[in-house]
Design a protein around this ligand. Structure first.
Ligand code: TXA
Ligand code: MG
Length: 336
């Protein structure tokens, strides 16, 4: 199959593909999603096939307005209005009770709930409006690989397997949405993302965090969180983000027989030797590191077999950044 490249100007053709049961990858503010008509069982089955995704891992449904959401949920959790008002469109997925037999069972993984979000991206919202159906949208990568943050990443993983990719440049945030379950007694964060716990609590009061995020040995409530995610082929090692610690890391790297890649901020660039493999994420902030984490891992993975990545403190966006980084590194910190 020929994979066509679309842009904002050619969204009508992309929407036509969706309506005829094809898969089209689309940009969002978080990562690129693999779009298909959420009501079309054959199309949803194809999504699992091309990603190589485990079938017990439910999909997020993307909507362009609240009326679309209300058409398929079974009841309205009291906090939903405040959350939607504050954070949609944006990087927050809400878990709602879903109407029976509304979606093919593959969308919900057989659960009585569905994850829904309204992405903050013009291409995505226009595509959904033009297709006039909600779209499933798992990250458009091969299952287990870092999520794609450019159209080129999607092309690398899925070309020849999907009808098209809508190119809208690099995604703004760089990691997947926060997932918040609204179906229990207290709202519960199942996956940390760019909407932080502090931001949620400012709007709706107390929020809990799924036990697996606090204790590794607990099974996660979001089925997808149990898989080894975001991992390149290379071994990722986490480095404390101080100049002294990077200097020691550099000495350590020079003694390795394997190729070492550095994911570093711009200000550390002058300390690296000329022939060093590196990917710079710009300013030394957790926002920048988050935006380029997956792009950096993918790029360095082409040549390095060891990749060094800085830790950031687990506050605000740092919670989500460290969640993804620890998965990619299989919890491994560099020991000198
Ligand atoms: O930012 C994002 O959310 C991106 C973009 C493309 O929108 N999408 C994304 O989808 O990350 P995916 O499929 O890679 O991750 C969906 C996560 C998984 O961890 C899944 O288990 C969880 O959401 N999830 C989906 N529906 C659920 C449900 N009904 N109950 C609990 N967890 C659910
Ligand atoms: Mg994913």
């Amino acid at each position: 199959m020929q994979t066509e490249l679309f842009t904002f100007q050619t969204l009508e053709a992309a929407a036509q593909c969706i309506r005829s049961g094809e898969l089209v990858a689309f940009p969002t503010e978080t990562v690129y999603g693999l779009g298909a008509n959420a009501f079309d069982e054959q199309a949803v089955k194809k999504v699992y096939q091309v990603k190589g995704r485990p079938s017990d891992n439910p999909l997020i449904v993307h909507v362009s307005d609240e009326a679309m959401l209300r058409s398929f949920i079974a009841s309205w959790p009291p906090l939903a209005s405040l959350l939607i008002e504050a954070f949609w469109p944006g990087p927050l997925t809400l878990i709602f009770p879903v109407k029976k037999n509304c979606f093919p069972s593959q969308v919900t993984g057989g659960l009585a709930t569905v994850g829904v979000r309204m992405p903050q991206n013009n291409c995505a919202l226009t595509l959904i409006q033009k297709a006039n159906v909600p779209l499933v949208g798992p990250s458009a990568n091969t299952s287990g690989k870092p999520s794609p943050t450019t159209a080129a990443h999607v092309y690398h993983d899925l070309h020849g397997k999907i009808a098209g990719i809508i190119d809208d440049g690099s995604t703004a945030i760089g990691i997947e949405s926060t997932v918040l379950d609204l179906t229990g007694a207290l709202p519960c964060v199942l996956r940390p993302g760019a909407v932080t716990i502090e931001q949620l609590e400012a709007v709706i009061g107390q929020v809990t965090v799924d036990a697996h995020l606090l204790h590794e040995q607990q099974a996660p409530k979001a089925p997808g969180m149990k898989y080894k995610h975001y991992a390149p082929n290379a071994q990722v090692l986490i480095v404390e983000n101080t100049q002294a610690s990077w200097q020691r890391a550099l000495q350590w790297a020079q003694k390795q027989s394997e190729a070492v890649g550095f994911f570093i901020s711009q200000d550390l660039r002058p300390f690296l030797p000329k022939d060093c493999l590196f990917f710079s994420f710009g300013e030394n902030t957790v926002e920048q590191a988050t935006k380029y984490l997956f792009a950096g891992l993918r790029a360095l993975d082409e040549q390095a077999t060891l990749i060094l990545v800085p830790a950031f403190s687990e506050k605000g966006l740092g919670v989500a950044y460290m969640n993804r980084l620890k998965k990619a590194a299989n919890q491994t910190f560099l020991e000198y």
